[in-house]
Design a protein around this ligand. Structure first.
Ligand code: IPD
Ligand code: CA
Ligand code: CA
Ligand code: CA
Length: 263
């Protein structure tokens, strides 16, 4: 399999999927709840995932697809080529705000990330990376991320951190909020990851993300020197949900050691 050809193919699918998502604004959305009332899915999330699967299965019949909406394969291992797809990351934004949502895609071969994409649909910004060949913002090479210190950092977190939770000691989080320069919350893990790899955020932390939220971003992170682990400072397992941090180097160690104390 020629990686450059696969890269071109994946990019053209992403662009076409985005065009279809945008054109759906002219039609009425069908909105449903999944695991709880605010866990939303629309007909466009489903149709977009099915669009990818239709093409990938036709053109690469031996590749497997692990997608959020469940139309692909269920995975017990990461053998061979696996496409990890979130057709719309930030569904709530898609429904309510019509912006700040992304297509997130990672292509893995035998568990190694070889291609990664985060496409901010409404900004028309594609962040992409290919293993060993660097990462790109549209067609511009993204430089290595710089070191950062906590006092000068802007960190992506969401409001669920401000109430007690089962993962993290509350006082560590409080101390972090008092120390950082600022926090931001964009409502799309993929977009927040894309902001860390392009230096707009210094870190992004989440208590629970799924493989399709982060698989593409992890390939990109590696190419720019951003550090990705779970909150116990262990590697991410792409067959399950994980706690998650992506951060500039230096800051990653400081956050894990001094602030994000696990229970
Ligand atoms: C969600 C978004 C959100 C994050 C959630 C994800 P979805 O993905 O990335 O920012 O906080 O954990 O599930 O459901 O919109 O694809
Ligand atoms: Ca969802
Ligand atoms: Ca998601
Ligand atoms: Ca989604």
């Amino acid at each position: 399999m020629n990686i450059h050809k696969l890269d071109k193919y994946a990019k053209s699918l992403i662009k076409e999927a985005a065009r279809r998502i945008k054109s759906s604004f002219a039609t009425e959305l069908i909105i449903e709840s999944k695991s709880e009332a605010n866990d939303l899915v629309t007909n466009i999330d489903k149709e977009t995932e099915q669009f990818f699967i239709r093409h990938i299965k036709q053109d690469f019949p031996d590749h497997r697809i692990f997608g959020e909406e469940g139309f692909g394969d269920s995975l017990q291992d990461l053998k061979g080529f696996v496409w990890m797809l979130d057709p719309i990351d930030g569904t709530m934004n898609f429904i309510h705000q019509k912006k700040n949502f992304a297509i997130s895609l990672g292509i893995y071969k035998d568990g190694v990330g070889i291609l990664g994409y985060i496409y901010n649909v409404m900004d028309d910004d594609l962040i992409s990376a290919s293993l060993g060949e660097g990462a790109f913002f549209n067609d511009i090479r993204i430089p290595e991320v710089k070191q950062a210190i906590v006092e000068q950092s802007i960190i992506g977190i969401n409001a669920s951190w401000v109430v007690p939770n089962k993962y993290i000691e509350h006082e560590g989080m409080g101390k972090l909020l008092q120390t950082v320069r600022g926090t931001r919350s964009y409502g799309s893990a993929a977009i927040e990851i894309s902001y860390v790899v392009t230096g707009k955020l210094d870190a992004y932390i989440s208590m629970r993300l799924s493989p399709w939220d982060i698989a593409g971003g992890m390939v990109i992170a590696k190419e720019v020197g951003a550090i990705v682990t779970n909150l116990s400072n262990e590697p991410i397992n792409l067959l399950q949900q994980n706690t998650f941090i992506i951060s500039k180097p230096g800051l990653h160690k400081e956050l894990i050691t001094n602030y994000i104390r696990l229970k």
